[in-house]
Structure formats: C-alpha cells, structure tokens
Write a protein that binds this ligand. Structure first.
Ligand code: SDX
Length: 431
C-alpha cells in the first residue's frame, strides 16, 4: 500500500478502495476520488464544497487560517504596496511579473481595446433608467458574445488571449456606460492618454459641459482596491465561470455568468449591502440590536461584510483596505464620514462578541470597500460593478487556465436523490 494513498472501506460491504493523494505546492493535498463511484458505488456529498477541490490551479493561493492571499506566489501585501492593477493582471494571465517592455506592450494593448462597438449604445437604451447597473452589465457583457467572430475559437490560444484582453480592457467602458445610463448622461469615450482607473473615473464623472480633473488619490485608491479584488481561488463566481466555460461556451457569455453570480449579497453584492446596513444602523447605539438580529437564527439578517467561507482569520484584503480607508477619507475630506466611524465601531464591538469570536467571523474585503467607493463619489449601486471590473482579470485567467488543461472535461456534478421513488401516472379523473 503506497504512502501517498488513502484507503476507504465500506463497512456495509467490506469493500475497500485505495485512492491516490495529489500533492499541493502549498496548502492541503487532495484525495483523487475519481474512481470512488465506480469502485464503491457511492457519490461523495459536499453541497457547499466545504471540502471539495473542483480543479487544480496555479493562480491564487489562500490560507483561511493564516489569513494568507498570494497571486502566483506573490503576497497580496507586497503587490498592494509595490505593483499596479495592469501589472498584476499581466502576472495573472502570463504567470510572471512583466519586464518593462512587456508591461508597456500590455498596457498599450489594453488601452487600445477599451472602446466599445458603437452598436452597443442602443443596447443600453433598451434598459429603463432605474435598471440596476449590475443588471445592465450582465446583459451587455453577455451581448459581446454576438461580436468578435474573428476570435472565438476557444481551442486557439491566440483567440483566448484576444478575448481576455478585450474583456479586461472593455469592462471599465461598459461599467461607466452603465453608470451614465442610470444618471441620464451621455456616454464618455475612453481617453488613451489616461491610466486604467483614471479612464474609468473620467468615463464615469466627466461631462461635455466642463473639464473634469481626475483626483490622483481616487485614481490610486481605485487601482489598489482593484488589485485586491482580482482573484480569489474558486469562489462562487469563478466556479460559475469555470463551469460555464467547461461546456465550451463563448468566453463573453461565461464572464456574464460570473457577473450574475457575483451580484448576490452573499458574494460580491455584499459591498453594497454593507452600506445599506450601516445606513440602517445609523448610530452606534443601535449596534447591539443589529448584532442580536445577526445571531438570531430565525432572522435572515446577517452582518454584511463579516464572515467568509475560507477566511477564519482577518481577510488580508480587509486589513489593507481598512488602512487605506483612513488615508483616503482624510485626504478626500470625508474623515468624519459617519459610515466609516460606524464601521470601525461595529467591527470593534463585533470582534468582542462571543458569537462572532467563536465562529471566526471577521470583516471581509467587502466590509470597508464600500466606504471608500462612497468617498470617491461612486454610487452604492455601482459598488459591485467595481468588484466585477477587477474580478474580470481573475475570471479570464481562471477560464484560460481551465481551457488550456489537456484533460479538460465538461463539469457535471451528480446528486443525492431524495425525491419520490418510481410511481405510475394517474389519470386526472382518478386523482
Ligand atoms: C466575498 O468565496 C470568496 O472568496 C468570496 C470573496 C471573493 O473575493 O470572491 O471573498 C468575496 O463574497 C466575501 C463575502 C461577502 N459576503 C458577506 O459579507 C455576506 C455576509 N457573510 C455571510 O453571508 C457568510 O459569512 C458567507 C456567505 C460569507 C460565508 O457563508 P458560510 O461559509 O456558509 O458561513 P459559515 O459556514 O462560515 O458560518 C458559520 C456560522 C453559521 O452559524 P452556525 O450555523 O454555526 O450557528 O457563522 C454564521 C453562520 O450562520 N455566520 C454569520 C455570518 N456569517 C456566518 N452570522 C451572522 N452574520 C454573518 N455575516
């Protein structure tokens, strides 16, 4: 019996199966259960995927117990301090930090893919003015699958690369156009002289009637927040993109499915829900009542921005954003923003409460990001759109990694059937 296997014995039948252990370069190894059903006749059951590795990946490593997050082995803290969003995007797509010429070329490619096909404008006009920007974004990104017939052979590595470049480049333009539609202002074209986040701010907030000056603090803060949101292992939206992509679907349609999954308040929609929650709490005197609701199993209320499926320690991204929050608010003149003070107080009280301590419920990346977006003048219904812009890099990198797998197969989970046993049809006049 090899030491790199586990043996599982079925006590009902006495049958055993020896399964190989797959070694990780960091973190837990995995048991390959591919033969489990064939040899023991059982499915494994893990509905929330708490103990299930759905794939192997070389992109992002996180350790929930230690509060560690690395992109391609580089600690998020170092990338946040020294890098920028497009450099990290290059790292995620190509596996290594770019040399100066490589970065210049990549920046140029992304810059020159940032315009949207003019036909898309009429698509926006099909949405009512009060459509949630995430609803518009899902539709518009999905509609890109109706374009670019020159590069949708996903078996062609170059086509995959072009699709990835187009998606990364166009998300700020799509996002800004969602915002402009919601406020009834004309869309603003990208300006190739501007940075990735400078362009986003200009496309969102400039108007034809007067010059718009990009605030460098806002430009830098957005770039940093985007780095922190780029990827996060096999979270709900990334797993959705992988499952959609495993069928060979159009890459733009796959990313649209990821945007849909991200929108949920338990996932990327939490940043918008945190600000709604802080507004509902209103004053720190009301915090105990809201904590009581969060602990009450009969109450669906959850403390938004707290808890995480993997992190049972402080989310390292929340720690970085929390520190930046203070600096941005001071520099943008929102230092006395009640939302930030309330967030700090809520965190302080929650982290002294046994319910949260016993369950390792710490602030996650969404707890503070909304406070900064608010300080940057970004409306609440655009918070998750911001998340989607950044996470598009992770989604396309994960999609490219999966499609390039030599033994890539369609994802097709099984189930534990708990429905009625076979029964015969009953004519309606006999029911
Ligand atoms: C993101 O997966 C990712 O990586 C996601 C993400 C990414 O970058 O892609 O990190 C981004 O989605 C961050 C999460 C944002 N969501 C929220 O802030 C919403 C509030 N959080 C909860 O909904 C919840 O914590 C989840 C959804 C994040 C995690 O859900 P789990 O894994 O089912 O929670 P758990 O099993 O760890 O909960 C353990 C206990 C349970 O109580 P008991 O049954 O043990 O009594 O803690 C409770 C939960 O009810 N609990 C909470 C809570 N989160 C968990 N109770 C009150 N408030 C909360 N926020």
């Amino acid at each position: 019996m090899s030491k790199d296997t586990v043996t599982i014995t079925d006590n009902r039948s006495g049958h055993s199966v020896e399964l190989p252990i797959l070694s990780a370069t960091q973190g837990p190894d995995a048991i390959d259960i591919g033969r489990f059903f064939r040899e023991l006749g059982y499915f494994t059951y893990d509905p929330g995927f708490l103990s299930t590795a759905s794939c192997n990946s070389a992109l992002t490593y996180l350790d929930g117990g230690q509060g560690i997050l690395q992109y391609r082995g580089y600690p998020i803290e170092q990338l946040a301090e020294h890098s920028n969003f497009l450099e990290v995007a290059y790292l995620m797509l190509y596996g290594e930090l770019p040399r100066p010429r490589q970065l210049d070329e990549f920046n140029d490619i992304i810059t020159h893919h940032s315009m949207l096909n003019e036909a898309l404008k009429s698509f926006y006009h099909g949405f009512y003015h009060d459509a949630h920007p995430m609803a518009i974004m899902v539709g518009v990104v999905g509609s890109l699958s109706a374009f670019y017939h020159d590069s949708t052979d996903i078996g062609n590595e170059r086509h995959r690369e072009i699709a990835a470049h187009r998606l990364i480049a166009k998300m700020p333009s799509i996002a800004a156009a969602c915002y402009k539609h919601s406020v009834g202002e004309p869309q603003v074209y990208p300006d190739n002289r501007l940075s990735y986040t400078g362009n986003l701010l200009n496309m969102m907030f400039s108007v034809p009637c007067e010059p718009y000056v990009i605030n460098p603090i806002a430009e830098k803060a957005l770039d940093l927040i985007f780095i922190l949101h780029i990827d996060h292992e096999q979270n709900a939206s990334t797993s959705t993109v992988r499952l959609a992509g495993s069928s060979g679907a159009n890459p733009f349609a796959c990313i649209a499915s990821g945007i849909a999954a991200l929108w949920g308040p338990a996932h990327g929609g939490a940043n918008e829900a945190v600000l709604d929650m802080l507004e509902n709490i209103g004053d720190s005197r009301n915090i105990p009542a809201f904590l009581a609701r969060a602990k009450d199993k009969s109450d669906p209320f959850r403390l938004m921005g707290f808890g995480h499926r993997v992190y049972k320690n402080y989310d390292p991204r929340a720690r970085i954003i929390r520190a930046m929050c203070h600096q941005v608010l001071e520099q943008l003149g929102d230092a006395d923003d009640p939302a930030f003070e309330l967030a700090l107080r809520l965190e302080e009280i929650a982290l002294q409460d046994d319910y949260f301590v016993e369950r390792n419920l710490y602030p996650n990346v969404d707890f503070y990001s909304g406070v900064i977006y608010k300080a940057l003048g970004i409306p609440r219904n655009m918070f998750t759109v911001m998340f989607a812009i950044a996470r598009t890099v992770g989604w396309v990198a994960q999609w490219m990694e999966m499609i390039a797998e030599t033994n890539q197969r369609i994802g097709r989970p099984r189930q534990l059937y708990v429905g009625p046993g076979q029964r015969d049809y009953v004519a309606i006049d006999e029911r």
